[in-house]
Design a protein around this ligand. Structure first.
Ligand SMILES: C[S@@+](CC[C@H](N)C(=O)[O-])C[C@H]1O[C@@H](n2cnc3c(N)ncnc32)[C@H](O)[C@@H]1O
Ligand code: SF4
Length: 455
């Protein structure tokens, strides 16, 4: 079967499975009261991971699918930082002790868009109200263009030890088409500045499937990215969802590469990163140096998947702070209010700003484990996972029936109990995972959440 045939058959719209069930299935029936109960029930010694969402940027890139907006004035950012401080206090009060924190992730938007003193004050507050481990991972997402020497010094004061730089593409024409000018020198300065601060893990984000990109141009970008000696590279397919992100409509659909071109671009980037850079592919969209702990976790079967994508050693509990942030607790998922004024109003009035969530049932936990193994290892032994949950494998095996078709198309090896995604099948791993998603409506007549295309 040719690539074009495979794409025609499998290029449906499927989730990226950063959670299971996925966020469109969260419901307003789960709110602050559930969160409060789930927080209070946490075992005292359970380490926490904190995600802080900062929905501000200094510029708005046309392709952006993140929850953010441009804020040129300081006042709204200061009010938001104050709201984050209140939310930190609310959570710490409910936990009733200085809970241990092993990971802190500042995401966005562009967290560095907050004023310097807000960032250092918030970090100091986190260290006061929580027992932040001396070796905690403290990560931040950075737009290299907005990283001034002062901001770098602030990141040093915050104790940042991991950073992710948005690159997307180094080609000037592509950058102009997506409204994101960014010279190689700016990105290099940011990378070198972060290394000088002691950042031990540096990730770069690239995107394929953007206007004007070609196989040759994305290969050039991948080579330039390698010149910055990243520990990890994330390679995302451009998700064009203008019905959700209105500004994406400024990228005319006719200028976008089709699925076949996208597949070739992904392959071109992969070849450069693997063959010229010696990076190892991780799951659907990551690459890491062989000695990086993400590559080690993959080899040990211990790679995990969560809202920030692939993860290593994730704490069993993730608390999401800030507008639109998602938390994952043993009891289930919660999501905060995405609208900034309503989020601020809630926390300033002492309320947990939760607007929806999902209470996990035993079958959800089982399927979540199956989907996580597929997304991470590209392989799963269905009866073995069922046995680890004391569950009957029969429903999973029934859902697996379409795998014979996937196997006939060369996308998986399937022996009736365990599956392994083949190299050509790697880009279709979400389609394989989706077979075990009980909430994904396969009946086309039903209303469905819209996702970006699979390839
Ligand atoms: C929060 S942003 C990164 C940090 C920073 N704001 C920046 O732009 O450099 C996270 C990453 O999401 C990816 N991203 C954003 N919109 C996307 C889209 N529509 N499709 C695919 N990837 C996207 C980009 O690679 C981006 O670097
Ligand atoms: S890509 Fe980054 S800088 Fe650009 S709008 Fe999105 S979050 Fe902001």
């Amino acid at each position: 079967m040719t690539h074009a045939d495979l794409i025609a058959r499998y290029d449906g719209r499927v989730p990226r499975y950063t959670s299971y069930p996925t966020a469109p299935h969260f419901s307003a029936e789960i709110g602050a009261a559930h969160y409060q109960r789930w927080l209070a029930a946490l075992p005292p010694a359970s380490p926490l991971s904190l995600y802080l969402h900062v929905p501000f940027c200094d510029r708005l890139c046309l392709y952006c699918g993140c929850h953010t907006s441009v804020a040129r004035h300081e006042r709204p950012k200061r009010i938001y930082a104050e709201a984050l401080a209140r939310e930190i206090g609310l959570l710490a009060d409910i936990l009733g002790q200085r809970a241990r924190v092993s990971q802190i992730h500042w995401g966005g938007g562009t967290p560095t868009a907050l004023p310097d003193d807000c960032l250092t004050t918030l970090m100091a507050l986190l260290r006061t109200r929580f027992d932040v481990a001396a070796d905690a991972e403290i990560a931040i997402e950075i737009d290299p263009v907005a990283l001034s020497p002062d901001k770098l010094a602030t990141l040093g004061r915050m104790g940042i030890n991991r950073a992710s730089l948005g690159v997307q593409d180094f080609d000037e024409a592509v950058q102009a088409a997506i409204g994101r000018p960014q010279s190689f020198a700016q990105t290099q300065d940011a990378a070198q500045g972060l290394r000088a601060l002691g950042v031990t893990s540096l990730n770069l984000d690239l995107i394929y499937g953007l206007p004007l990109q070609t196989e040759a141009s994305v290969a050039r970008t991948a080579r330039l990215a390698l010149a910055l000696s990243p520990d990890r590279v994330a390679v995302f397919g451009y998700a064009h969802v203008p019905w959700m992100k209105k500004h994406q409509a400024l990228i005319p659909e006719a200028t976008l590469p089709d699925s076949t071109a996208r597949l070739h671009q992904e392959t071109a980037i992969r070849q450069v990163l693997e063959q010229e850079g010696g990076l190892l592919p991780i799951g659907l969209d990551h690459y890491a140096r062989p000695e990086d702990e993400m590559a080690q976790a993959l080899r040990a079967g211990a790679l995990q998947r969560g809202f920030q994508g692939y993860m290593v050693d994730a704490a069993p509990v993730l608390l999401g702070l800030g507008a639109s942030a998602i938390g994952a607790l043993p009891g289930g998922y919660v999501q905060t209010q995405p609208r900034i004024p309503a989020y601020e109003e809630a926390v300033f009035n002492g309320r947990l700003p939760i607007v929806r969530g999902f209470a996990l049932q035993p079958d959800d936990r089982l399927r979540r484990a199956v989907i996580e193994r597929i997304m991470c290892d590209l392989a799963v032994d269905l009866p073995a996972v069922a046995a680890s949950f004391g569950a009957d494998p029969a429903p999973l095996l029934a859902d697996a029936q379409p795998l014979s078709g996937f196997a006939a198309d060369g996308l998986v090896e399937w022996n009736g109990r365990s599956l392994r995604v083949t190299e050509p099948g790697r880009l279709f791993v979400r389609n394989v995972a989706a077979l075990f998603d009980r909430y994904l409506t396969r009946d086309a007549s039903q209303p469905q959440p819209r996702h970006a295309r699979a390839v």
